[in-house]
Design a protein. Structure first.
Length: 166
């Protein structure tokens, strides 16, 4: 007696549906389900993934990959931006030190390219310092501005130096 037949007999004796016994046994009795008296059985097996499961997995994977790609590209832009900002800061401090070493007597400069850094422009302006509360006092302020283009946007870095007039 086969496994399915044993389950069918057990379930008939208890007054239950014999097809339920076959399903309970984990066996599909195709002939019984179709109404014939054949005793051929087939074990239910899951053979591979269904198309919908593959589509769901692919969409989840694509969402993850898009977020990783976005994060990586954003960090690359941030690193490039900080690199340019650091260059601009070094250029401004260097030009301010040169200005101080030359006794603060150089003429103003307006948007000149920086030697060795052609993508950066330098502006230096010296004027009389006026405090908002005390008014004009015998001091000058020199402002150095370094500007550059980054991703089609204008960026600037400014430093100031306040000193007594001589």
């Amino acid at each position: 007696m086969s496994k399915a037949a044993a389950y069918q007999k057990k379930y008939r004796d208890k007054g239950r549906d014999p097809l339920q016994a076959v399903r309970h046994a984990g066996v599909l009795h195709s002939a019984f389900a179709m109404g014939s008296g054949s005793a051929s059985f087939r074990i239910k097996r899951k053979k591979g993934f269904a198309l919908i499961e593959i589509l769901i997995a692919a969409s989840i994977l694509s969402i993850i990959l898009i977020s990783v790609f976005t994060g990586v590209s954003s960090s690359i832009y941030a690193m490039a931006g900080s690199k340019n900002y650091t260059k601009a800061m070094m250029i401004a401090k260097s030009k301010m030190n040169e200005f101080i070493l030359k006794k603060m007597r150089e003429p103003d400069v307006n948007k000149e390219p920086v030697e060795g850094y052609t993508e950066f422009l330098l502006t230096r302006e010296t004027k009389r310092f006026e405090h908002t509360f005390t008014g004009p006092i015998p001091t000058n302020i020199t402002e150095i501005t370094v500007s550059w283009k980054e991703r089609e946007r204008d960026k600037t870095y400014k430093i100031f130096y306040i000193y007594a007039q001589k």
